[in-house]
Write a protein that binds this ligand. Sequence first.
Ligand code: MN
Length: 287
Amino acid sequence: MKICRFDDDRLGVVKGDEVLDVTPALEVIPPQRWPIARGDPLIANLDRVVERVRALEGAAPRRKLADVKLRSPVPNPTKIVNAPINYQAHIDEAKADPKLGGGRKLNHITDWGLFLKSTSALVGPADGIRLRMLDRRNDHEVELAVVIGRECRKATAANALEFVAGYSIGLDMTIRGPEMPSWRKSVDSYAVCGPWLVTRDEVPDPNVLNLLLWVNGELRQSSNTARMVYNVQKLIEYATGMYTLYPGDLIFSGTPEGVGPVAPGDVITAEIERVGRFDIRVAGYEG
Ligand code: MN
């Protein structure tokens, strides 16, 4: 099932070029009182929501996909976990370009570990990207986004996929420069997630997916998740060896080669096989 959040917190199911408005399914999410549980309530209750969606979708109002504003399918992750160097060809291009590597050691993902982007950076395709520090290079990075479905600590590669709710497309927007990644990559709107969440059952193997990115129609990135150094299971094992993941937490699994600059006025198109495709507009912060 392709589950989207659209317009003002409406819940949809995507079928072809239409969105079925199944917002009343959100009523199965139990009301919360302080102290609230960590994690995103929509994702924490996704099985129940999906069950109600199936009951509602036959009679649900239909909208054209092109007419709705797609938001991030996960509104409230506790963390956006990122793999900084997880494709060998991207490691090689970063070694060759001092603007990318910043003089840091760059041989293997374990040289850098994982970093976090601020959750306040999270937007959906309809929200657009607003660039800051226009005197610097602002780059696109297309990445498979893994949506964690339930609380997960010390997962193993063997059981890691049991904790996954589904998949989406992540854009890890990045200001290049010497500062810490959590600073340069956490600007408002620099974590794009969309166009929807595809439930795990529709992606039997997340490690065989083509991923592509265009800027103004020009192909910039084209690879396959089979080329990740740490595959999805290994990333979950690696992350949860250090901290607990909660429902709705996102893992941006690293970008392949072909990263490059964008500027106000550009349109980025991102696509991942079996997941979907979206366009997002790039603007300046003031524009
Ligand atoms: Mn990245």
